[in-house]
Design a protein around this ligand. Structure first.
Ligand code: Q46
Ligand code: ZN
Ligand code: ZN
Length: 332
């Protein structure tokens, strides 16, 4: 197998691009894809301060490395979710990456800072772990970006992630989510917040790279990332959509890319009216001041429900397909 560019020995084949690359040309390919995503979707302007959401997995570490390579002004943020050994190993990978390169990595710890963790939240709310996890991550990253005056938040969502989310949203015709499924979400200001910024700009610079490619990027760059998947992901619908799309991609290379980028080019704008005008509805949460359509934001309502409970070990909350086994004990 030879590199399509230099005819040297290739280390990876990319069927959807009908190309093979040596290590140097593959790394260049990854950088070029990120530059193209940033340019086409107006993700990051020169001089922007970027907050990178770092989990310690291949995508977020590849993202941070690529943004550094491209010369962006970045700092990282990691959130301790309290998911047993997985969270410990994730934090270690993120910290090791930052220390080796002398980078600033901010940390929030759900148990230490807010007196709950994701397994406990899942058990107490009787909902899938990803529900409270996603809500917590969104709230805390937005808050960190606004408090720290960052211009933009960058996350490591890749092509496989975005295609799977799109697939789920189309399957259920979640039109309001389709209207928001963009690689760049522009910042939002709210009239009832004195015209201040209430949501930071959020960008996904890896949307042109597949999961297999971010893993290969990390290996070739010598980046140690946590290989294990989150133990609470099992049963997650998103994973099943990924498996379904993987089967389509295997039979028809390029299908995922055509599905996702075809949606962005030809369909996404049609769903925009479903999200327009939402800013006028946003008021400040009575507890924390975050934007919300009710009196108290979803994060503070979650805290009301789950903070202060005895920790529930991850083993007792591990979901099975379609059903979950949970056990919880409230502190009196
Ligand atoms: S960490 Fe959290 Fe993911 Fe684990 S509980 Fe679900 S959302 S799967 S990216
Ligand atoms: Zn080459
Ligand atoms: Zn709140």
């Amino acid at each position: 197998m030879k590199c399509t560019v230099c005819r040297g020995p290739a280390v990876i084949d990319l069927r959807r691009h009908n190309a093979n690359f040596c290590a140097d040309h593959f790394l260049k390919f990854c950088r070029d894809q990120v530059v193209r995503a940033i340019d086409e979707h107006h993700m990051i302007e020169p001089g922007d301060r970027v907050l990178v959401a770092v989990s310690g997995g291949k995508d977020s570490l590849a993202l941070w490395d690529l943004l550094l390579e491209l010369g962006y002004d970045t700092e990282g943020m990691t959130i301790g979710l309290g998911i047993g050994d997985y969270s410990t190993a994730s934090a270690e990978a993120a910290v090791a990456f930052a220390e080796r390169r002398d980078l600033t990595l901010h940390g929030v710890d759900l148990r230490g800072d807010y007196d709950y963790d994701i397994p406990t939240a899942s058990a107490v709310t009787s909902r899938v772990p990803c529900s409270s996890c996603g809500l917590s991550k969104r709230h805390l990253i937005d808050k960190a970006a606004l408090d720290g005056d960052y211009d933009v938040v960058a996350t490591g969502h890749n092509l496989d992630d975005e295609a799977a989310v799109l697939f789920g949203n189309v399957l259920h015709w979640h039109t309001e989510y389709l209207g928001r499924q963009q690689p760049t979400l522009v910042e939002r200001v709210a009239p009832r917040h004195g015209g201040r910024r209430v949501f930071p700009r959020k960008v996904k610079p890896l949307v042109r790279l597949a999961e297999r490619e971010t893993a290969a990027y990390c290996v070739l760059r010598g980046i140690d990332y946590i290989v294990e998947e989150c133990p609470m992901a099992e049963g997650n619908r998103h994973l099943r959509y990924k498996e379904a799309l993987d089967a389509v991609e295997a039979a028809s290379p390029g299908a995922k890319q055509a599905f996702y980028f075809g949606f962005l080019a030809r369909a996404a704008a049609r769903f925009a009216p479903d999200v327009d005008g939402a800013e006028a509805e946003l008021r400040a949460c009575a507890r924390c001041g975050s934007p919300t359509t009710g009196d108290v934001c979803a994060f503070c309502r979650l805290l009301d429900q789950v903070a202060g409970h005895d920790p529930v070990p991850v083993e007792l909350v591990r979901p099975r397909r379609g059903r979950r086994r949970t056990r919880t004990k409230a502190r009196s």
